[in-house]
Design a protein around this ligand. Sequence first.
Ligand code: GLU
Length: 329
Amino acid sequence: MSPTESVPYTAESHRPPCGRFAPSPSGRMHLGNLYTALAAWLCAKSQGGTFLLRMEDLDSLRCPRSFADLILSDLEWLGLSWDNGTVPYQSERASIYTYYFDRLRQDGHLYPCFCSRAQLHVADAPHASDGRFVYAGTCRSLTPAEAAERARRRSPAWRLRLPAEDLTFTDGHYGPQRYNLATDWGDIIVRRSDGVFAYQLAVTIDDGLQGVSQVVRGGDLLSSAAPQLYLSRLLGFRPPSYLHLPLLVAPDGSRLAKREKACDTGFLRSLCDSPEPLLGYLAWLLGQLDKPEPLRAQELLPFFDAKKIPARDIVVPGDYWEKLQRKMG
Ligand code: GLU
């Protein structure tokens, strides 16, 4: 395929859709996670669809079960019910990822990379728009003999060959998107040198196997849809539709930090006897209410309209939680 030729992905209409929320339990959820969870739940449920929950705890050391348990409890408290009785934990799915990893490897899509962190730092070019590093391809053309020789000294990470191909898709919020896999992404790691599978591979396999047809998540993952769509094509899965949400930002434009107490679900729950004021606040941020007023998640369903989600990043007023407190007072 020539570098200029593009592969369009058209979201087929899956009615009713199968949505999901896939938090990484590396801490308790913060306001941004609650906002994403509510949006994903509303998108699926308002169309009569199903909603799945999945724990993305690939890095199990950073994701203790205690955080996952808090996520379950917080979502239950909010009334954002999920339809899969048993919640999958990525940390328990290594054998499934291994199966697909081996297939990709046998088909010649992967190669071992022996570059050290220091080497990567020197050789890789930052990608201008978001500062992400694009792998320079140093290990791409090692011969099998060279790779075997290096593997005696160092266990490799595994990378996916990404072609110089434009990939286009239409995001449900941000509209038409175009990414060049080679220049916007470069060969991504699908398995780390310590054996842990990488997010891009695991998320594509899970969405594919779990029948997810509608991915609603934070706008910081918009560009990730490109390698995920590519991988999903290689693995023969049906691609989902994507809707990326504008991010919640502080008044100075910076991202809401996880460590900010006012954004922590534990703190927010301690302010609220019931979830209604918080849900109303989140629905207002999502453009569904003119002003934050308490209501239940179910009550939002009849009038939820994804087109009302604000176009750009959403500024969370500095005094939002004080207002929340007043609402409840
Ligand atoms: N686990 C990711 C996160 O918590 C989300 C991944 C996804 O929705 O695709 O940021």
